[in-house]
Design a protein around this ligand. Structure first.
Ligand code: MN
Length: 726
C-alpha cells in the first residue's frame, strides 16, 4: 500500500475517532489490507487502482457516522463479487454480521435494471427494499453508487446515460424515502448533468451570473439576523444555502416558472441548540421581515414521515426579494441530512437520547411491531419491510419485473404474462432449475415458463393453487370457452340444488317467463349460455335463483315472507344480540349482522333489512345497495343503536391521494394520533397515478370517524376520503 493510501486511511480513522471512541481500528486496518490485497491488479476506468473505490466508500460512511460493521462492509463490498474471496472467508476473518452486509450488497448487484417504465421502476425500488435484509445494506449501496456517479466521467456516454437513469429511477427515491437528503441531492445533480447536459450547463450559467449579487444579498440578511439574535442572547449558526440545481430545475418545469420566479432560490438556514430557540428565532425573523402568507410550515410539531423536522418560512426581504428560511436544531439538522443513517450514531454511542427513542417509537407504532422490543434495530428491520410484504417481485428471462401477490407460483406468473402462455404451460424453470408448479416464488427469482405448441389448457386443480385473481379468472375463462357441454351439465345441477335449498320447485321458478329478464340483463342468447356461466362459476346459482324468485314474487306477492315469518329470524343464540349494540323494533334476541358493504357505525343513520334465514342485516341509510334493492321496502324493519354498548366497530375508508412516498406512514400517523386502532391497510396505484388506500379502523362511535376523516383531509396530497360503500 502506498503512502497516499495510508494517509487516507489515517484520515478515515480520525473521522471515526471523533464520534466513536471505542471503534476497533485494528479491525478496520485489517479490512483495508484485506481489500487492497484482494483487489490487487484491478483498475478503475480512470486507470487508478480499484482500491481507491472502497476507500472512498469507507470515508463517506465514516463521515455519515455509521457503525463499524457498516464501514468495514463498505470496505469489503466488492470483494465477493469481483475477486476470489468468498463470503465464508469474510465471516471467518471478520464477523458473520459483516459477511451478511457484504452479501446483501452483492445480491443487489444482480438486480437487472433494464426497463424505463415508471411502473417497473417502482417495482424495482420495492424489490430493492425487500431484498436488502438490513437497511444498512441500502445505505452502503447508496454510498457505493454515489462514488461511482462522482467518477462517471471516465465511462462512455452510453453507460453514463444508463447509470444516470437507473440512479434517478431507483436510488434517489430510495435516498429520499430514507431521509438521506444530502446523498439524494448530490445524486440528482449528477444525474441531471449527464441526462440533460445542455439544460444543466445553461441553468448553471444563469445561476452563476447572479451569484455575486445573491451572495451579497444573503450576507446582508444574515448580518441583520445575527445582530438581532445576539441582542436576544442566542447562539445561532447561520448559513446561506445554495439550492441544488436539479431541484431548481424540477420546480421550473413543474410550476412552469422562470428562474427569477422561484422564491426559495435564495435560502438561509438557522441552526440552534433547542426547539424553544427555533420558535424564538422564528419570531425574531417574522418581526424583521414580512412573512409571505401561506408559506409557513411547522415540520417540528408535524415531522415528515422520514423524520425530517424544521420550521420553514418564506419572507419578503430587502427590495421585495423573497427568500426562504429554515430553522432547526443541530439534531434535526443531522437527521435532515443523513436521515436513517443518523440513527446508528445514537445506537453505538451507548447513550440513546430519549427524544430519538420517542421518534423510533412513533415509527415503530406505525408499523405495528410488537411492543416489547426495546431494541432500536428492530425498527430498522421492520422499516425495510415497509408495506411490500404482500407482494413478491420476480423476473422474466428478459429481465422485466413482475409483481405478484405473495405466495404466487409459476402458474400465476405464466398467466400474468398472457393467458395463452398459461394455457400452454406444462412446467417452469426457476433460476434455471425445473420446479413444481406450486413452487412458492421468492423475490428476485427468474422464471421461465415451459410451454407446448398446442394448447392443452389448464387443469382444474390449478384454480385452487393459484394466488392471483388474474390467473384465477383467466383459468375460468378457459373452462368457460372450452368445456361448454360439461359446464352446462354442472350449471343445471347447481341450479337444481339451489332451487331446493330456497324451497322452490323447478316448475315454479325455472320457466322462460322468469329466465327472460336474466338472459337479457347478461346478454345471453340462450338458456345454455346461462347454464354454461353458472357451471364454470362466473355467476353463482344462488344469484340466478334469487333473481328468478324475485320475478316469481312479482307475480305472487302473497308469497313474500310466507316462507319465513319473523320468528325464523330470531336468533337461537341470545349472546349475539346483546353484543351487537342494535335494538330491533318489536323483536328481542334477534340475530343481527352488520352489512359488509357499508359497515355502519354508531351515530350513522341505519336501516334494517330482513334477510332470508340470516337475521336482520344493518345497513347505513345511505347505502347504495339498499337503495337499489327492489324488495327492500317489503323487508325493511326499524332499528336503532342501543344506548349503552361497549363494542367496537370496524369502519372502512377509501382514500384517494396523489401517489407519493411515505403517504401510508403519514396516514398511519394520523390514526395513531387519534388513538384509534388500525385493523388493515392496503394500497394500490391507479393508471393515472393516484394512490388508492383502503383502510379499516376500529372505532366506537361515529364522531371519532368524522374527526379522523377531517384530520386525514388535512394531510398533504390526500384528495378525497370516503366511507366505503359497496
Ligand atoms: Mn462498488
Amino acid at each position: 500500500m502506498d503512502e497516499e493510501m495510508k494517509s487516507k486511511i489515517k484520515e478515515i480513522e480520525e473521522i471515526i475517532s471523533k464520534y466513536n471512541s471505542n471503534a476497533d481500528l485494528a479491525m478496520l486496518e485489517k479490512a483495508f489490507d484485506f481489500a487492497e490485497k484482494a483487489h490487487k491488479g484491478q483498475l478503475r476506468k480512470s486507470g487508478e487502482p480499484f482500491f481507491i473505490h472502497p476507500l472512498a466508500v469507507a470515508k463517506m460512511l465514516a463521515e455519515m457516522e455509521m457503525d463499524m460493521p457498516s464501514i468495514i462492509a463498505g470496505i469489503l463490498h466488492d470483494v465477493v463479487e469481483d475477486t476470489e474471496v468468498t463470503s465464508k472467508q469474510i465471516a471467518e476473518e471478520f464477523s458473520s454480521e459483516i459477511a451478511y452486509l457484504v452479501d446483501g450488497v452483492t445480491k443487489l448487484k444482480h438486480i437487472p435494471v433494464s426497463s424505463k417504465e415508471e411502473l417497473q421502476a417502482e417495482n424495482l425500488r420495492k424489490m430493492f427494499i425487500s431484498m436488502a435484509s438490513d437497511i444498512r445494506v441500502i445505505v452502503i449501496k447508496l454510498v457505493d453508487r454515489l462514488h461511482n456517479m462522482r467518477t462517471l466521467q471516465y465511462v462512455n456516454t452510453d453507460s453514463q446515460i444508463t447509470k444516470a437513469r437507473e440512479t434517478l429511477e431507483i436510488y434517489t427515491p430510495l435516498a429520499h424515502r430514507l431521509g438521506m437528503s444530502k446523498i439524494k441531492w448530490e445524486l440528482e445533480d449528477l444525474c441531471f448533468k449527464y441526462l440533460e447536459p445542455d439544460t444543466y450547463q445553461d441553468l448553471k450559467k444563469q445561476i452563476n451570473a447572479k451569484r455575486e449579487d445573491r451572495e451579497k444579498y444573503i450576507q446582508g440578511v444574515l448580518e441583520t439576523i445575527r445582530e438581532k439574535t445576539s441582542e436576544a442572547g442566542l447562539k445561532v449558526f447561520l448559513d446561506g444555502r445554495p439550492k441544488h440545481l436539479y431541484s431548481v430545475y424540477k420546480k421550473m418545469v413543474k410550476q412552469n416558472k422562470t428562474l427569477e420566479q422561484i422564491y426559495d432560490l435564495i435560502a438561509i438556514r438557522v441552526i440552534v441548540d433547542t426547539v424553544q430557540e427555533c420558535y424564538t428565532i422564528l419570531g425574531i425573523i417574522h418581526e424583521l421581515y414580512k412573512p409571505m402568507p401561506g408559506r409557513f410550515k411547522d415540520y417540528i410539531s408535524m415531522p415528515k414521515p422520514n423524520m425530517y423536522q424544521s420550521l420553514h418560512t418564506t419572507l419578503i426581504g430587502p427590495d421585495g426579494m423573497p427568500f426562504e428560511a429554515q430553522i432547526r436544531t443541530w439534531e434535526m439538522h443531522k437527521i435532515a441530512e443523513s436521515g436513517i443513517a443518523a440513527h446508528w450514531k445514537y445506537k453505538e454511542g451507548g447513550t440513546t437520547t430519549s427524544e430519538f427513542d420517542e421518534k423510533l417509537d412513533w415509527v415503530r407504532h406505525l408499523l405495528d411491531i410488537q411492543k416489547d422490543s426495546g431494541d432500536a434495530s428492530q425498527f430498522v428491520d421492520t422499516f425495510k419491510m415497509d408495506l411490500f410484504t404482500e407482494e413478491v417481485f420476480v423476473f422474466t428471462p428478459k429481465g422485466d419485473v413482475k409483481n405478484l401477490p405473495a405466495g404466487s407460483n409459476p402458474i400465476d406468473f405464466a398467466y400474468s404474462i398472457h393467458s395463452a402462455i398459461g394455457n400452454r404451460m406444462i412446467g417452469a424453470k426457476v433460476n434455471g432449475e425445473i420446479k413444481p408448479l406450486n413452487y412458492r416464488l421468492k423475490n428476485g427469482d427468474i422464471v421461465d415458463v415451459i410451454t407446448t405448441k398446442e394448447t392443452h389448457g389448464p387443469s382444474r386443480d390449478w384454480l385452487s393453487i393459484v394466488k392471483s385473481s388474474e390467473a384465477k379468472s383467466k383459468i375460468r375463462q378457459w373452462f368457460k370457452k372450452e368445456r361448454r357441454e360439461e359446464n352446462i351439465e354442472h350449471g343445471k345441477s347447481f341450479i337444481e340444488r339451489e332451487l331446493k335449498k330456497q324451497g322452490f320447485t323447478h316448475e315454479q321458478l325455472f320457466n322462460k317467463e322468469y329466465i327472460g329478464p336474466i338472459l337479457k340483463k347478461h346478454n345471453f342468447n340462450s338458456i345454455d349460455d346461462l347454464l354454461n356461466v353458472v357451471g364454470f362459476g362466473e355467476l353463482t346459482a344462488q344469484k340466478v335463483v334469487s333473481r328468478l324468485r324475485d320475478e316469481y314474487l312479482k307475480d305472487n306477492p302473497k308469497d313474500v315472507l310466507s316462507t319465513e315469518s319473523l320468528e325464523n329470524i330470531v336468533s337461537k343464540e341470545k349472546k349475539q344480540t346483546t353484543d351487537s349494540g342494535i335494538v330491533v323494533k318489536g323483536i328481542d334476541n334477534c340475530l343481527v349482522r352488520f352489512s359488509k358493504c357499508c359497515n355502519p357505525v354508531p351515530g350513522d343513520n341505519i336501516v334494517g333489512y330482513i334477510t332470508r334465514g340470516r337475521g336482520v342485516s344493518i345497513h347505513r341509510a345511505d347505502c347504495p345497495n339498499i337503495q337499489s334493492m327492489n324488495e327492500f321496502k317489503d323487508r325493511e324493519i326499524d332499528v336503532r343503536w342501543a344506548q349503552n354498548f361497549s363494542t367496537t366497530y370496524n369502519a372502512e375508508l377509501t382514500i384517494k391521494a396523489l401517489d407519493r412516498s411515505n403517504l401510508m406512514l403519514e396516514i398511519a400517523g394520523v390514526i395513531a394520533e387519534q388513538k384509534l386502532n388500525m385493523r388493515a391497510i392496503s394500497a394500490r396505484t391507479t393508471k393515472d397515478n393516484y394512490g388508492i388506500i383502503d383502510l379499516t379502523v376500529e372505532i366506537s362511535e361515529r364522531t371519532q370517524l368524522d374527526k379522523l376523516i377531517k384530520k386525514l383531509n388535512q394531510v398533504d396530497s390526500i384528495v378525497e376520503v370516503m366511507r366505503k360503500s359497496s
